[in-house]
Write a protein that binds this ligand. Structure first.
Ligand SMILES: *Cc1c(COP(=O)(O)O)cnc(C)c1O
Length: 413
């Protein structure tokens, strides 16, 4: 019996223990309140944030937006595919990366993931490419860049635009290039738990002026502010960020580099502790690339480790380490919204009935998405934070190591 465990409180991105918000945000917020201009069409803060974010990414323009989901939506809308077009995406991502596909009347097509990087690859994308494919959306999951070179080669060859969902990969680089600047359009989320936050919020970067303008119009009901004869040019929403969020975003961006570096430094410490542990694989970035650790995800081989991720997570929870075994639990397409085609009214459109049949048939899914099922059965997502100290990392490492040691102890010893 051991009821007197000492629990170390870990910083959490759900409250002030793990969020770098304070005086800088308050000072800028005060300016907004004092000005009385709370919306971005007349204010200066969102515009300033957009300039500074673009500069940080070395691009000519960025467009702030209400959420990461809206950012993906605007990116798709900028490409403007015909209804019924296929958009290739990943089986393991946030639902906010998927629902915009259907809102644009497009058909989601899922590429399998590599079981260790958890990302789509050129090979898994190639398998589901068809003449109807009009866009590819990649998610750099947990902050680890996708293997982009072969993906871009395939996409360029087929002349298909690539959207990079960077909601989890702020400042991550692939072979020296920032994620979000490799494909055609990059989207980011500033939701509470992301690398930088405005509570809710997002930002988009685009490489051509045409895409950037369409994203900007999409955020503004497609009203041509500043044009000689403005009109509502096409079907679009109000996805604007407020000046209050813009103020917080400026302050957050000022701390982004430092906070990302802290996350990386803490991850290096855990790498050192867990490297070589039997049955455990630590996260690895592609060659010459930098993972920025939105989360720190381990692959645990149940046979070698002698424990499955569910049991390991339950043990860790007793020590106050709230990990997510199996991340989203099931592939995205197994969620009701997709599997049962819960779309508009009684219609399943734009979801195709044959796709629903596949997604409802778990045996077939397991065969066609073997990488996804393997990954989800073995992944342990550890919460990660810029305020983790050596003490926090040691604590997490010790609890993982001791749990595994207990589990793997040969019977009879
Ligand atoms: C968080 C997230 C989103 C959605 O962002 P919201 O701001 O919550 O709408 C989209 N894609 C990925 C990969 C995410 O992690």
């Amino acid at each position: 019996m051991n009821s007197s465990k000492t629990i170390l409180q870990l910083p959490s991105d759900q409250d002030i223990t793990g969020r770098d918000v304070g005086e800088a945000e308050v000072a800028l917020l005060k300016e907004v309140i004092a000005s009385g201009v709370l919306n971005s069409t007349k204010g200066t803060k969102v515009a300033r944030f957009e300039k500074e974010f673009a500069a940080a990414y070395g691009v000519s323009r960025s467009i702030a937006i209400a959420s990461g989901s809206a950012a993906v939506h605007a990116a798709i809308a900028a490409i403007n595919p015909d209804p019924g077009s296929e958009i290739i995406t990943t089986s393991v991502t946030d639902m906010g990366a998927l629902t915009p596909i259907m809102y644009q009347g497009c058909v989601p097509v899922f590429a399998d993931i590599d079981p260790f990087s958890y990302n789509v690859t050129a090979e898994t994308i190639a398998r589901v490419l068809t003449p109807k494919t009009r866009a590819i959306i990649v998610t750099h999951l947990f902050g680890n860049p996708c293997e982009m070179a072969p993906i871009m080669e395939l996409a360029r060859q087929k002349q298909i635009p690539v959207i990079e969902d960077c909601a989890q990969s702020f400042l991550a680089t692939y072979r020296g290039q920032l994620t979000g600047t490799i494909g055609d359009i990059g989207s980011f989320s500033m939701q509470q738990g992301k690398h930088m936050t405005t509570g809710e919020g997002g930002i988009v970067i685009a490489h051509t002026e045409a895409h950037a303008r369409r994203v900007w119009l999409f955020v503004n009901k497609a009203w041509g502010y500043g044009d000689p004869k403005p009109d509502h040019y096409f079907n679009a929403l109000n996805y604007r960020l407020t000046e209050l969020q813009g103020a917080v975003a400026i302050a957050q961006l000022g701390k982004l580099r430092q906070n990302v570096d802290r996350r990386i430094a803490a991850a290096r410490m855990l790498d050192k502790k867990l490297e070589g542990l039997a049955g455990v694989r630590i996260p690895r970035a592609p060659k010459d690339s930098v993972h920025t650790y939105w989360k720190y995800c381990l692959d645990v081989d149940p046979v070698v480790a002698g424990i499955d991720v569910g049991t390991l997570a339950a043990k860790l929870k007793e020590y106050g380490i709230f990990s997510a075994p199996r991340y989203i639990q099931k592939p995205s397409f197994r969620c009701e919204v997709l599997k049962d085609g819960r779309m508009f009214g009684a219609s399943h459109a734009p979801i195709r009935v044959e796709d629903m049949k596949l997604w409802q048939d778990e045996d077939r899914c397991r065969k066609e998405f073997s990488g996804t099922y393997q990954a989800l059965s073995r992944m342990l997502v550890l919460p990660w934070n810029e305020f983790y100290t050596a003490e926090h990392v040691d604590y997490i490492a010790d609890k993982i190591i001791s749990t595994l040691a207990g589990a793997a102890a040969p019977v009879g010893k």
